[in-house]
Ligand binder design. Structure first.
Ligand SMILES: *Cc1c(COP(=O)(O)O)cnc(C)c1O
Length: 797
């Protein structure tokens, strides 16, 4: 396409005129962005076609990763970097007077996800392509991604997100590959060649149109595909009320569900799930059929992975195709299906385990429901054979029970592999939550500790640290992130440690500047940047953090001799719009921030910043500047976490409970390089089972706790009336089910330890180095290699 700066510039100017119909001197930043985006897409097109051709002709197995969310973020610089043309393009544009950084800012985050689960899917795509593995993503092209968050008077307000407003430069609409997805209607049975067969009649048909995005590997020729489905009215059938049909159809891919932990029994959500599954499986089978191989070879050629239970209807959908279209017998179809589909469990929170009322499910998806009934009948029969007469066991394991379909049970029965996302999470699945299934299918269970792509979360977002690392250990770590461990050789190298210290300081100054521009708040770049960013959820315990801040502020106010090492607490979090309690916590953090930031007496010691609209691009700016990473979930509740890994990789030290991947971070850095506090998962689970925790005792016996809790409701905060009563109630009346008060003292102590360690700058920077050095394990390249070898059995092509 273009091999030097001049060629690039000529092509850019020519393309700009053609695309925007105006000369360069009249063009806008937006024109520049669109032009560059198109050029990049064109630049990859030959490799993209070549990759597809290679997959078509090779005998190698491919994986399809089905996920209801892909939290991609911005793609411009990431794509330039992976293509290896970042410098050329940046320099070429600069000579034309165009600033690449400004163009980056124009791009909206592709926010097709809520948080960790969707971001994991995005990291996996990057690793698949960068490792030359044949793997594709399948998702939904929501017209509006996760809502945009604003604070008004300290309350969260949600605005519809508009990522498609200026046209999506990366995607290609593939109208000719559209598939028809049926909802509602009836199932008619008939005999054909002595075989009972079924057909779906009177269905309402929705057209699923794919939009393909190239997934560009880092410095390789591999370009895989992320296929996102959009729901459109079918051009064929005639409906009485055409407008209503059009509206209802388009609604399916209109919005991302703003919650990954509650499912409020919405038909729309079920329609989204089936649209994703049905369109994806149909298109997978279509390309398999084009190879003219016998259908029983499917599991040798294709692996289908479901990211949590949202796409679990892949199981009955594949059965439907094998039974109704391929005319296989049940056993053969089941054998193929259960050797093709694998499943990742993301949570043990009972409120997040999907259950669908039969009364909604059955009329909407009649054939799928019939097949699930038959899967369940056979499964229960098998259970009966293993444990005759054990009705309780069957009741607890059944896929359909109490007029509900339990999606996790379907996933456990219909897949060949079930993995948790961190060792402690997998252990809890095996020994507790899914133990009954573990007894029946021990061979299915395995662990795959999550990872993040170090290319986005270090190489791209922290260029200063990346250069420093490269200057010390060479570039090998970019391809083999575990080489970061070589950095430990520099732990006594004063010169290197000073440079590391300067990089962090420069990043903090840059971030302080951003905060000032965006919020008008001045923060001290020499203070400790204490970062707590993630979705707002009771179990993630942002409340524990803010109560601790209130406590520190109380100390400063009460004791004029008490000095705090300057500290900036930084929050970022969206609450699901319907999550009342989470919104109260947002209001509390904003209220505390206002009070503290408005008090001149503590300005040099304490600041609280709550960043609006936390998302991937904000995370990328923040992490390079972080000193402390707050990972303080109630032990046993956070399956893995990935924010913890991103922050560690950027040299932040973790303050954390022994939960999720924190446990493995601790194992890799050693107890002396992490701040662990609070109850263990064992202890928490023990309390849940046996009782014995009374939060009121902590209130009565601990003065500092009593003080902050009273401040929630005694008029300490002006103009909020009874705003925080629900928080007070949850802590004292409802016995604090997340153990905030139980862990409070331990949290206060560990933060004293943090302060002590930070004051010794040489020691701190050494600890930071140890964290960066040990973070290579948490690259998603390691995770994806494990999936590829152990679960999918795929090889680089
Ligand atoms: C990584 C990431 C998350 C997940 O964070 P956790 O701390 O693991 O919950 C959520 N949102 C964004 C934007 C992220 O980049």
């Amino acid at each position: 396409m273009f091999s030097n700066k001049q060629e690039f510039q000529q092509a850019f100017l020519k393309r700009l005129e053609m695309l925007c119909g105006k000369p360069f001197k009249e063009s806008t930043k937006n024109d520049h962005f669109l032009t560059l985006g198109q050029m990049i897409r064109e630049h990859v097109s030959s490799n993209w076609i070549h990759t597809k051709e290679k997959y078509r002709t090779s005998q190698e197995k491919q994986v399809y990763y089905l996920s209801i969310e892909f939290l991609l973020g911005r793609l411009l610089r990431h794509n330039l970097m992976n293509l290896g043309i970042e410098e050329l393009v940046e320099g070429g544009l600069q000579e034309l007077g165009v600033d690449l950084e400004e163009l980056e800012e124009i791009e909206s985050d592709a926010g097709l996800g809520n948080g960790g689960l969707g971001r994991l899917a995005a990291c996996f795509l990057d690793s698949l392509s960068s490792l030359n593995l044949p793997g594709h993503g399948c998702g939904i092209r929501y017209r509006h991604g996760l809502f945009e968050q604003k604070f008004v008077d300290g309350y969260q307000v949600e605005l519809p997100e508009q990522w498609l407003r200026y046209g999506q430069v990366w995607e290609i609409r593939k109208t000719d590959l559209a598939v028809e997805v049926p909802f509602w209607g009836e199932i008619e049975s008939y005999f054909e060649n002595n075989r009972l067969s079924f057909r779906h009649i009177n269905a309402e048909v929705v057209t699923a149109v794919p939009y393909d995005l190239p997934v560009i590997g880092y410095h390789t020729d591999t370009v895989n595909t992320l296929r996102l489905w959009s729901a459109e009215p079918s051009p064929y059938p005639f409906y009485q009320d055409v407008m209503k049909y059009k509206r209802e159809t388009e609604a399916i891919s209109e919005f991302l569900y703003p919650d990954d932990t509650h499912d409020d029994g919405k038909i729309l959500r079920l329609k989204q799930q089936y649209l994703l599954v049905s369109a994806s499986i149909r298109s997978i089978i279509r390309s398999f059929r084009a190879t003219h191989r016998p259908i029983n070879e499917l599991p040798n050629r294709i692996a289908i992975h479901i990211n949590d239970t949202h796409p679990v209807m892949a199981i009955p959908e594949l059965m439907r195709i094998l039974l109704d279209e391929e005319k296989l017998g049940w056993e053969e179809a089941w054998d193929i299906t259960t050797n093709t589909i694998s499943y990742t469990n993301h949570t043990t929170l009972s409120e997040a385990l999907e259950k669908w009322p039969v009364r909604l499910f059955k009329p909407l998806l009649p054939r799928i429901y019939m097949i699930i009934e038959e899967i369940n009948r056979r499964f229960c029969e098998k259970l009966w054979e293993i444990n005759p007469g054990d009705w309780d066991r069957i009741h607890n394991m059944s896929i359909i029970v109490n007029d509900e379909v339990k999606m996790a049970h379907l996933a456990l029965v219909g897949s060949y592999s079930v993995n948790g996302v961190a060792q402690i999470h997998t252990d809890i699945l095996k020994n507790r939550e899914m133990n009954l299934f573990y007894q029946v299918f021990p061979e299915k269970f395995n662990n795959k500790t999550n990872g993040i792509t170090h290319r986005r979360w270090l190489l791209k977002s922290n260029p200063k640290l990346s250069s420093l690392i490269t200057s010390a250990i060479g570039t090998g770590w970019i391809q083999s992130p575990q080489e970061l461990i070589k950095l430990t050789e520099f732990k006594e190298d004063k010169g290197f440690l000073d440079k590391l210290q300067s990089v962090k300081q420069e990043n903090k100054e840059r971030f302080s500047q951003r905060v000032f521009e965006q919020t008008g708040i001045t923060i001290d770049p020499h203070s400790i940047f204490d970062v707590h960013v993630k979705r707002l959820h009771a179990y993630k315990r942002q409340l524990l953090n803010v109560l601790h801040i209130m406590h520190l502020y109380n100390r400063l106010k009460e004791d004029s001799s008490f000095r705090l090492y300057p500290r900036t607490f930084i929050f970022g979090a969206k609450a699901s719009p319907g999550y009342y309690y989470a919104k109260k916590i947002i209001k509390l953090i904003n209220t505390v921030a206002e009070k503290i930031n408005g008090d001149p007496a503590v300005q040099d010691q304490l600041k609280v910043v709550f960043l609006e609209n936390y998302r991937v691009s904000v995370a990328e700016e923040l992490f390079p500047a972080a000193d402390v990473s707050e990972q303080i979930s109630t032990a046993s509740k956070e399956a893995s976490g990935t924010g913890n890994m991103k922050l560690m990789m950027n040299g932040a030290l973790t303050v954390g409970t022994l939960d999720g991947a924190n446990v493995e971070i601790k194992e890799r850095v050693g107890l002396e390089n992490i701040f662990i506090f609070g109850l263990t998962a064992e202890e928490v689970l023990h309390f849940y089972q046996k009782g014995g925790y009374h939060s009121m005792e902590y209130y009565h016996h601990d003065k500092k706790i009593r003080h902050v809790i009273d401040q929630l409701t005694n008029g300490y905060f002006p103009d909020v009336d009874d705003e925080f009563e629900p928080i007070y109630d949850s802590l004292l009346i409802q016995n604090d089910q997340y153990f905030v008060l139980r862990d409070f003292d331990s949290y206060v102590s560990i933060h004293k330890e943090v302060e002590r360690k930070f004051k010794n700058r040489d020691q701190w920077i050494k600890m930071s180095l140890q964290n960066i050095a040990a973070s290579g394990y948490f690259s998603s390249d390691r995770t994806i290699k494990e999936y590829a070898d152990d679960i999918w059995k795929i090889k680089p092509v």
